[in-house]
Design a protein around this ligand. Sequence first.
Ligand code: SAM
Length: 358
Amino acid sequence: MRFVRPNRILLVLRTAQGFSANMGVRCGVKKVEIVHTPVLLNESLEYLSPLGESFEKDAFMIDSTLGEGGHSFNFLSKYPSLSITGVDADAQIQGRARERLAPFGERMSFYNGWFNEFYADYPLERHPDLILFDLGISVFHYERSGRGFSFRHDEKLDMRLNPSAGESAEDIVNSMPEDQLANMIYLYSDEKFSRRIAAAIVEERKIGRISSTKVLADLIYGCVPAKYRHGAIHPATRTFQALRICVNSELKRLPEAIHNAFNTLNAGGKMGVITFHSLEDKIVKNYFRNLAKQCVCPPEAPFCTCGGSPCAELLTRKPVEPSEEEVKANSPSRSAKLRVVRKIRDAGKERLYGVEAL
Ligand SMILES: C[S@@+](CC[C@H](N)C(=O)[O-])C[C@H]1O[C@@H](n2cnc3c(N)ncnc32)[C@H](O)[C@@H]1O
């Protein structure tokens, strides 16, 4: 769970008539207040470097989770021959990235939508040499969106990345049957008091609709054992994480998204995924492991139908984790894990075997 005080960076692009050596682009005067610090940035820049690759001179990357554009900004700055398309389901945060990345001109383009839909029906003519996923949500969502991702602000319970479609957290909290609510909270956050919390929610619903983060957080605080109220994290932390994952179908979208993304990648290209909790990481780890296997056919199959050779090479045998310095400087990075593969060939559906959508 990424729940933290933001590291505020005021990015000033100050080259009214000039040329920014740092960014290699002409730009106007713009001030964009950035609240999210990109995680595992140096490691991503190294593992997904276009330098020394066959595509070095004209590389194309898809940043599948653009956010405020922190990773993209640094990739474009460091690798002048690279261009990027940035995908994000959230039009509001993408607006900030658009402003921030405008100085890069045509090297940067944008797609507003869910990444699984983007890769399922790939809309671009050009295929990528590099793909990055930096999963979850941004500090911007907790601190600035006003959509109730954090119980530290009293806001309307919404939590949708795309607020114009689908059920909000308020809809779910006020309509889901108690046993489903308990299972969902347990599954998506390992909350050991999920049954108690679900029961308290259902009791509260009899009195009135639960519409704000404060009402929900106070309710959870009040229903867990007193000992649990003074632990390392607020007792509502896990339930809020579970609700956000549920509202945005985060784990349902992931297996199909990484599979189709992999097949969109050019052979020889590299794909990296940064995860923030064990449920996400398990999906990525198992899928990448299947990609690297020679054969994934069940032992009882009379003959091999999966191609009988690896689809990818694992560039990270163990996940790359943040250094102590990074965790100290940017606490949301503490649970981050980066895994990277290099594509050899397309993967059939059977490579998704054992990679469950949750
Ligand atoms: C951790 S943030 C990315 C931060 C970014 N790398 C940076 O350095 O600024 C993840 C972003 O992915 C977006 N996102 C999450 N799930 C998505 C999905 N299924 N499809 C598209 N965008 C998604 C969120 O809206 C959020 O802006």
